[in-house]
Design a protein around this ligand. Structure first.
Ligand code: HEC
Length: 154
């Protein structure tokens, strides 16, 4: 009986950890040591990524890019975005960080956790379904919802 109670509490803890993680996701530590993309400049002011950004891919995500955008469970990709300063464009202050993590529980968003953060690393509260996934589904439904490709990591 005692072991059943323990098992149930472990299950409950796992479940509540999973749900609260989805509600307030955490930015992975040390992502700046992951594989970094080329510097990318977006001058279209209507884009969420207007500015300059760099994409970081962990080991699993690197394999996913090499496999032609087929990502294994747990893959993590982070984008750091900076404002544009001057002409020619140089990197201004950092203004946004976003994360995608392959997580099969996230069925409403293509099996990826989508999360936006402020520069302080705190969740920015952008809605993952309507804002993030809406755009990624439109542009990359055939590429596992990841818009960039291995060409971005020369
Ligand atoms: C208006 C469209 C749009 C919206 C909204 C959007 N993204 Fe993206 N996202 C893009 C584009 C375009 C790229 C590719 C950038 C590049 O190639 O350098 C991208 C790239 C990414 C990447 C790098 C992996 C990839 O797909 O290339 C992550 C991580 C990411 N976005 C997360 C998010 C999150 C989290 C949100 C919501 C907070 C979000 N995005 C909202 C268009 C969008």
């Amino acid at each position: 009986m005692k072991s059943v109670v323990i098992m149930l509490s472990v299950l409950f803890l796992c479940f509540s950890a999973a749900t609260s993680e989805a509600a307030s996701p955490v930015l992975p530590k040390g992502y700046t040591a992951w594989k970094k993309s080329e510097r990318k400049v977006v001058t279209d002011k209507s884009s969420l990524f207007y500015g300059i950004h760099y994409i970081y891919a962990d080991k699993k995500a690197q394999r996913g890019y090499l496999a032609g955008n087929k990502f294994p469970e747990g893959s993590r990709i982070v984008v750091e975005s900076f404002t544009i300063k001057g002409n020619p464009a140089v990197d201004g202050p950092k203004n946004m960080i976003v994360l995608m993590r392959k997580d099969k529980r996230q069925t409403a968003t293509g099996g990826w956790l989508f999360a936006g953060f402020g520069v302080d690393g705190k969740p920015s509260g952008l809605d993952p379904v309507t804002i993030c996934f809406g755009c990624h589904q439109k542009d990359a439904a055939q590429r596992d919802f990841v818009i960039s490709t291995k060409k971005d990591f020369k």
